[in-house]
Design a binder for this molecule. Structure first.
Ligand SMILES: C[S@@+](CC[C@H](N)C(=O)[O-])C[C@H]1O[C@@H](n2cnc3c(N)ncnc32)[C@H](O)[C@@H]1O
Length: 307
């Protein structure tokens, strides 16, 4: 089957397949039925990602292969037990966040997953096209857990952004974000700090991104309350978390997109918009039925007054 990718997307895809030929069928499914608009967005992402991985495409493609295989191992365990392997933050901190080599491979792989995992591309597009333009002029932005830094890049580069900050618990992530932003070229400084969400400084922002972090926490509800407190009244949050998505560092298992949306409401937010993006190759209906991953992205607002 001929994959519909063109340009830089196609070049990256060819290298990816040379490193990971067993991924051909998966990538066929990923590109099946892709519209011209989606391909154009992918190409924009691919150009940025190619800048970051310049000279080491094979290395990043291999890190992606390593991540995809690790996720398959976790999926097998999940199918057997119905649970995620780890349940405590301390276990994951040792195995993942504090291990620089592991974390760097993981974030490099995650960077390419923005292209190869359809739900990841869908969420990033939703962020760029639906979330960012709705922020007020001069908005002060915070991302908690920027990982590879691509969401933070788009926020900092958006024309109405006033300032941008990133907090992450992993030194490897902070280094990677710095590198990614340096290579892509941002004309606004981004302040990066080694901060655990539960121990952050008191500060106020107009916009907070929290993407793929909720499922890494023992106390996801408390994290949403922290984000609520960090926002100015009328401030907005972009919260994205997957359901039924086993990975080496996922500890909180959510059973449906509605469970996540409800938790966000219970923390005091108004929900403006949602996107439920099923894993590559599945419809939303099938993903619900057989417990496949669904990325759940929510644009939420802190009301002017708490009732
Ligand atoms: C899977 S990555 C998500 C990267 C990116 N936001 C995305 O959506 O692709 C999770 C990130 O959250 C960070 N993280 C995990 N627990 C955290 C905590 N308690 N406080 C701050 N950052 C945390 C990890 O170090 C990692 O960089």
């Amino acid at each position: 089957m001929e994959i519909a990718a063109t340009g830089v997307t196609k070049q990256l895809l060819e290298t990816q397949l040379s490193v990971f030929p067993a991924h051909q069928q998966y990538l066929n499914r990923r590109f099946a039925g892709t519209t011209a608009d989606e391909l154009a967005f992918l190409e924009q992402l691919a150009i940025l990602i190619a800048k970051v991985i310049d000279g080491n495409v094979i290395g990043y493609a291999d890190d992606y292969r390593w991540l995809a295989e690790a996720v398959v191992d976790e999926e097998i365990e999940f199918r057997r037990s119905g649970k995620y392997r780890f349940t405590s933050f301390d276990e994951v901190e040792k195995v993942v966040y504090a291990d620089k080599v592991f974390m760097t491979r993981y974030m490099n792989g995650l960077l390419l997953s923005q292209l190869w995992w359809r739900n990841h591309t869908d969420v990033m597009r939703f962020f760029c096209e639906q979330y960012l333009p709705g922020n007020r002029e001069g908005f002060r932005h915070l991302e908690i857990g920027p990982g590879h830094g691509l969401f933070l890049y788009f926020a900092a580069a958006s024309k109405n952004c006033g300032s941008a900050t990133g907090w992450d618990i992993s030194p490897a992530s902070i280094d990677l974000v710095r590198k990614v932003h340096g290579v892509i070229g941002l004309n606004r400084p981004v302040s990066l700090e080694l901060v655990n969400i539960f121990e952050g400084p008191s500060a106020r922002f107009d916009s907070v991104t929290f993407s793929e972090v909720l499922e890494h926490l023992e106390e996801p509800r408390r994290a949403l309350e922290v984000i609520y407190d960090l926002l100015e009244p009328n401030g907005r949050a972009f919260i994205n978390a997957p359901v039924n998505s086993p990975a080496p560092d996922h500890i909180s298992l959510f059973g449906s997109p509605e469970e996540i949306v409800e938790m966000i409401r219970e923390a005091g937010f108004e929900v403006e918009q949602t996107l439920f993006a099923p894993t590559t190759g599945a419809t939303l209906e099938r993903a619900r039925k057989v417990r496949l991953a669904i990325s759940t992205a929510v644009i939420a607002r802190k009301p002017e007054k708490k009732y």
